[in-house]
Design a binder for this molecule. Structure first.
Ligand code: ADP
Ligand code: MG
Ligand code: MG
Length: 247
């Protein structure tokens, strides 16, 4: 589904990714772990097409098409979802407005009919229930006054509504208490653990991986993947630290 070949980039003229390769098949969950500053978020932003993240080498294909040739909104419409460590607040725009517009703009890019108000509300209720988020919360402005856990749950509702093929979740577990972590983990499984979908979890800690079991764990260091293993690699990293494992 996602094939990253020897990807290099610069951020503000500084080389960050340095020949990163990674291959993700449908039905798989991959985790990327690594020390602070390794380039994990840079990888997520670069795949999302964020301005300022300039690709200087390599290729990325998503379902066989050249991902890097697509504009950010085309990547999203093609089924790529990015979850961020720090969700933005949008005062004056309700979650429901935001979600409906996100979904319908993606549908328009794909040449599909937009959902009607009633169809959308039905879908939103279903996904909000999955994440244990009250519909009243979704009437409030996007993320304004939400706790860390509520922001992450709202983001997972968004993921459920957009129904992507590939979700890249950057430190979705940061700032979550144990209960929220369980809910978010169960939400990721319910929405994304399907034979035609895949997940890339970017995380510092093993604890989210107790709930969303990865098939592969990669260590990213200095802009490259330097080690790949199974779930046991995450436990080893937690126990011994990056310095020990990547030495
Ligand atoms: P991680 O998510 O693994 O902690 P990042 O991808 O956020 O790492 O950062 C990788 C490197 O890129 C770090 O050295 C960081 O200082 C640098 N970096 C990130 N964003 C920028 C930026 N906007 N301008 C310059 N350097 C940046
Ligand atoms: Mg970081
Ligand atoms: Mg980061």
């Amino acid at each position: 589904m996602l094939q990253i070949n020897n990807l290099s980039n610069t951020v503000g003229d500084k080389p960050i990714l340095k020949g990163l390769s990674l291959s993700i098949n449908a039905g798989e969950v991959h985790a990327i772990m690594g020390p602070n500053g390794a380039g994990k978020s840079t990888l997520a932003y670069t795949l999302g097409g964020r301005p300022g993240y300039e690709v200087t080498g390599g290729e990325v294909t998503f379902d066989g098409q050249d991902l890097l040739a697509l504009a950010p909104h085309e990547r999203a419409a093609a089924g790529l979802f990015l979850g961020f460590q720090y969700p933005v607040e949008i005062p004056g725009v309700s979650n429901l407005q935001f979600l409906r517009e996100s979904l319908n703009s993606q549908r328009r890019v794909r040449g599909e009919e937009p959902l009607s108000g009633a169809e959308f509300i039905k879908l939103a209720k279903e996904k909000a229930a999955l994440l244990g988020l009250d519909m009243e919360m979704l009437k409030r402005p996007v993320n304004v006054g939400f706790s860390g856990g509520e922001k992450k749950r709202a983001e997972m509702v968004q993921m459920g509504i957009l129904d992507p093929r590939l979700a890249i979740l950057d430190e979705t577990d940061s700032g979550l208490d144990i209960d929220a972590l369980k809910i978010v983990g169960a939400g990721i499984n319910a929405i994304m653990r399907k034979p035609d979908k895949a997940v890339l979890l970017i995380t510092h800690y093993q604890r989210l991986l107790d709930y969303v079991k990865p098939d592969f764990v990669h260590v990213l260091s200095k802009g490259r993947i330097i080690k790949t293993g199974g779930p046991e690699l995450a436990l080893e990293l937690e126990r011994e630290g990056y310095a020990e494992v990547v030495a």
